[in-house]
Design a protein around this ligand. Sequence first.
Ligand SMILES: Cc1cc2nc3c(=O)[nH]c(=O)nc-3n(C[C@H](O)[C@H](O)[C@H](O)COP(=O)(O)OP(=O)(O)OC[C@H]3O[C@@H](n4cnc5c(N)ncnc54)[C@H](O)[C@@H]3O)c2cc1C
Ligand SMILES: NC(=O)c1ccc[n+]([C@@H]2O[C@H](COP(=O)([O-])OP(=O)(O)OC[C@H]3O[C@@H](n4cnc5c(N)ncnc54)[C@H](OP(=O)(O)O)[C@@H]3O)[C@@H](O)[C@H]2O)c1
Length: 459
Amino acid sequence: MAKLGSSDLPLRVAVVGAGPAGFYAAELLLRNDIHCEVDLFESLPCPYGLVRHGVAPDHPKMRTVINRFDKTGDEEHFNYFGNTRLGADVSVDTLREYYDAILISTGAQKPRRLGIPGEELEGSYSAEQFINWYNAHPAIELKDFDLSSDTAVVVGNGNVALDIARILAHTPEELAKTDMATPIIDKLAASNVKTVYIAGRRGPVQASFTSPEIREFDHLENTAFHINDDAMALDAEDLEELEFKDHGHARKFMPVFEGYADQPTNAEHHIKFLFLRSPISIEDDGEGSGKVAKITLQTNRLSGPAGSRKANSIDETVTIPCGLVFSCIGYRGRPIEGIPFDEKWGGIPNVEGRVIVDNEVQTGLYTSGWIKRGPSGVIGTNKVDSKETITKIVEDVETLNAAPNRSSDALRKQLVREGKRPIDFADWTKISDAEVARAKGDKPREKFLTVEEMLAVLD
Ligand SMILES: Cc1cc2nc3c(=O)[nH]c(=O)nc-3n(C[C@H](O)[C@H](O)[C@H](O)COP(=O)(O)OP(=O)(O)OC[C@H]3O[C@@H](n4cnc5c(N)ncnc54)[C@H](O)[C@@H]3O)c2cc1C
Ligand SMILES: NC(=O)c1ccc[n+]([C@@H]2O[C@H](COP(=O)([O-])OP(=O)(O)OC[C@H]3O[C@@H](n4cnc5c(N)ncnc54)[C@H](OP(=O)(O)O)[C@@H]3O)[C@@H](O)[C@H]2O)c1
């Protein structure tokens, strides 16, 4: 029998999740010395993961990586199964029947929760809910937001918090040039939000913002920036930490924060950084409205050595009247039936991309991206990550079991017989072209808001 990975018996790999990790993995497999056929499964009709549904619409350059992913989409030994969710439309057992190896790159979309009273009130949302909405994710439950309040509090000191604050502060004219869907621009144009707090439990030195994202605030029109005084009183450990090699971003953005001391008071929008404050409760108006009316935060002071500074609460609180709270405190993966999952950290247990259970490698099962390493890192980080995993697949090729059924067409037909509607890359291209064709003015595309609208293009 021919060797797996030879031209007579190409290695068949199912990559699940068409975000950056999945596309980089597919590209690296197809460019490898061994012969591969790669099929990419995605639960939505549209590929690209967070590049389409996470990256902020005012960051068009970030989305240009899509051009690279589309080249993979056109490769001869590549098939796309869009609109096909692993665990719902296709099972792990079925993939085992058709593929010699399975690589899971399903990302980490489940928001981490604050776990404080009042988090469930109307007006208190996760970053995922709001970002999926403004980026027109086609499979969301929450399709509207009440933006009538003048104040929003964003909890978290990462780039996701900055994205939300920026989107709330943009003018409709600024948004009109983006790929944000027109009904959402209209809704944001009518927003009453004038003040956005960005609250972090530790200080500015410990924030995980990157400096270009902080500097980008300078381009917001008619917006003033503020920072709490106690945050800027750095102690010896803060100063030591600031010199750390990996604190290059903080070294660059601290002078920007120092400049916030002198800002116009009559600006239309205000962005207020509130460091050293942990939310402890969210409350309604006390008359049973069920809607957010205020948030209370406890003041913290830092202790511990540079590099592992901890927030300790002191006997002081601040209450901010507000109608909106967005928690941007990180994500977890979602488990998939038939795939090992570590509930503790919310990802797939693995060693360098090989999936393990109780330290035992699961033959033919691999992982990459946020579901492999947790929710951190920019788009390019997933290339390095996928490279590590693909290296392991190549090393393992002789130990893999050849799947009995080796036809992607047969799988597609099977899914259709089962009442599913997998779409291929040419179908996706038609949907994408239709979005571009219906865009008006300077907009690069007018995104469809539902899966039904996307599939209707193909009817
Ligand atoms: C709000 C936000 C903004 C960001 N902005 C930037 C930025 O401007 N620049 C930057 O460099 N990085 C940015 N990042 C980081 C970057 O988006 C991530 O590093 C990257 O998207 C992670 O890639 P991934 O492939 O692991 O996951 P994802 O991009 O989440 O892709 C996972 C894919 O798997 C699919 N999927 C999930 N479950 C299943 C299933 N059961 N079956 C089939 N498919 C499934 C999902 O639909 C999704 O398409 C941002 C992240 C967030 C959260
Ligand atoms: N433009 C871009 O390049 C861009 C845009 C968006 C996202 N991204 C990337 O995507 C990744 C994810 O971003 P992210 O912002 O979700 O995550 P992140 O950078 O990990 O930031 C999470 C923040 O949440 C805080 N936090 C966690 N638990 C908390 C709690 N219980 N109470 C209060 N605060 C809490 C953390 O504080 P502690 O530090 O105290 O734990 C941290 O400030 C990052 O790598 C980011 O750079 C990039």
